[in-house]
Design a protein around this ligand. Structure first.
Ligand SMILES: NC(=O)c1ccc[n+]([C@@H]2O[C@H](COP(=O)([O-])OP(=O)(O)OC[C@H]3O[C@@H](n4cnc5c(N)ncnc54)[C@H](OP(=O)(O)O)[C@@H]3O)[C@@H](O)[C@H]2O)c1
Length: 331
């Protein structure tokens, strides 16, 4: 049986299977008027969920997402609010639950800001703007959602969108990295406290995700990323959406407090140690004792982090991390 064939009924990506994964569920996706949030909202709808599409200023984008979902036979609504304001967080969550007939099965805390600023010259107001959106909003929306979920049959699922920068610092992103690291730890703590009520809390940490105009604005950076990432492409909003659908679905009913890195293998690649492996005799015809393509460990002296045998010297350094920061500056 070929499970990779999308038309195979046992393949989870078979549309007929996906559309029943979250049937009857109600989801709220914050910051879903564009970018990654749009991909998350549309994948939840494709999985059968009714989706509350939150936005702050992107009314047009959010309406477009709703129209697309409704055009595919799904159910969606636009909700507005500034998630740096505690009352708005609570109101948006309660409106989603009211629209959902009293249920809220999944919350995806996606809204966030990613300005690039060096620490020298960063004001407390700059710091707060990033931390309030990326962290306070996550805390307050999750708290309000948990109150709804703990009283309903089946509990619920909360997924925060963190970042690979939660674990790997990037220059000009101290506030962002600190907030995203805190988001990961918030999820782990919340998973402990809410787990007994049937509420699972996880994070998804994306690598660089493509957006309209990115390749035109920054062709070198995109090319370097594509070369450095083992899967050889940037992320798509739907890649992040699919990870969130999985975590909200019964397939992940025993997954909580987990950080799911979705980055085409970039973080894993940065930990590869230079060595030479000797494959088992006969494992690869004629390959016995051949060297493999791997990156040396990083250190201050080893700023280049070369990909020794990759044949693209200079193209595989820290650039994915810089790429992320720069993309943020442009995004
Ligand atoms: N893009 C990447 O490569 C990448 C990588 C790793 C992690 N991430 C994370 O993924 C998430 C989505 O990023 P994105 O690239 O899709 O960015 P984006 O297109 O700028 O979307 C972020 C959304 O957050 C909303 N938002 C910002 N401030 C808000 C506030 N005070 N209240 C309510 N909503 C607010 C915005 O809503 P309005 O437009 O309606 O104002 C916006 O739609 C973020 O958490 C980001 O940190 C992105």
């Amino acid at each position: 049986m070929n499970l990779s064939n999308p038309s195979n009924p046992s393949n989870p990506s078979n549309p007929s299977n996906l559309s029943s994964l979250l049937a009857g569920r109600v989801a709220l996706v914050t910051g879903a008027g564009g970018g990654i949030g749009r991909g998350i909202a549309t994948r939840f709808a494709a999985a059968g969920a009714a989706v509350a599409v939150h936005c702050r200023t992107s009314d047009e984008g959010a309406r477009d997402v709703v129209e697309r979902i409704e055009g595919s036979g799904g159910r969606a609504v636009v909700l507005r609010g500034d998630l740096t304001v505690e009352d708005d967080c609570r109101r948006v969550v309660l409106e989603a639950a009211e629209w959902g007939g009293g249920r809220l099965d999944a919350l995806v805390n996606n809204a966030g800001v990613q300005p690039v600023q060096e620490l020298a010259g960063m004001t407390v107001a700059d710091w707060r703007a990033v931390v309030d959106t990326n962290l306070l909003g996550v805390f307050a929306c999750t708290q309000a959602a948990a109150e709804v979920m703990r009283g309903q049959e089946g509990g619920g699922s909360v997924t925060h969108i963190a970042s690979i920068e939660a674990a790997r610092p990037a220059p000009g992103h101290a506030h962002y990295c600190a907030a995203k690291a805190a988001v990961v730890m918030h999820a782990r703590s919340a998973a402990l406290e809410y787990g007994p009520y049937g509420i699972r809390v996880n994070t998804v940490s994306p690598g660089l995700v493509d957006r309209e105009g990115l390749a035109d604005d920054w062709p070198d950076g995109v090319r370097r990323w594509q070369q450095a990432v083992p899967v050889r492409r940037l992320g798509r909003p739907e890649d992040i959406g699919d990870a969130c659908v999985f975590l909200a679905s019964p397939l992940a009913s025993w997954v909580s407090g987990h950080d799911l890195v979705v980055d085409g293998g970039d973080v894993g690649a940065s930990h590869v140690v230079k060595t030479t492996v000797k494959p088992f005799a006969g494992a690869v015809s004629g390959a016995s004792g051949s060297s493999v393509r791997i990156r040396e460990p990083k250190s201050p002296e080893d700023g280049e982090g070369t990909w020794a045998d990759y044949g693209a010297k200079g193209a595989m350094t820290d650039e994915p991390r810089e790429a992320n920061s720069q993309a943020s500056a442009e995004g």
